[in-house]
Design a protein. Sequence first.
Length: 304
Amino acid sequence: MKTDITLETWLGEQEAGVKGSSLKTYKSYERVHIRPFLGHLYLAEITAKKQRAFKKQLCESLADKTVRDILSYLRPLLKRAKQKGYTVCIKTPKTAVEWREKEVPDFQEHKALSEKLRHSQKPVDMGILLAMSTGLRLGEVLGLRVKDVDLRASVLHVRANRQRIYDPKTNTYPVREQTPKTQKSCRSIPLHPALKNALAHYLKNMGNPNKEKPLIANRQGRAYDARTLQRRFQAVKKELGLRPGVTFHSLRHSFATRALELGASIHTLSELLGHSSVAFTLNTYGHSVTEQKRLEMEKIAKCF
């Protein structure tokens, strides 16, 4: 076995093998939770009992899903150390996460939100409208450029993702444009007439913008930060009286829910959302499909 080292030292030896956006999240886990509780310990001292104590502390202040994600990140770190010849316990405790239905705007709330945003020419409002009308992730909305809007073909091309990432060279969190989350996240989304008209009017008001310019940009032509759109959404949500639990990401779920309610196939929805697989879409929105089937069965029951 190798000479023992602390977890702090082991973490410092790890090379980034994920996208910068994921690395940002993992470094946050390390900085806020893992290093303060376990970092000073030698690998051999991180026993199953110590890991259970770590989980107990996390559970006191964090949601079950966050606890699960942190432990899921810790587990392979310890496993790699064991593979390298260090004495280490890899019996990281698991956390069950109770499924809870995501809070999304209902049909009337969705319609009211769309009506308000379609008549606005503010870039931040167009960003919100795009998210709720196409199911785009926030980073994908901010990654759009003028050239990605093809009004002639009535298509929106998703080719980039803009968000804060962790830069290990500078130990900072700059905003960077990068390729989308997965290969299937690169996609082309048809524009329905109402959204196409709103985009045409929006582009007309921009004058003759550079095709490489961010679509959702400030007066200086720079893309907005994600927090700016989130703050604007909070203001609109309050104005319209939407429920507190509805978040910007809820718009993506609202799009998916409305699509399934109106009869979209799960396969088509999976492609529109840019999911890695149809199975993932079904796991995420299967309850909506089941509810839709129930409603259809109630119609059929009238025949008996």
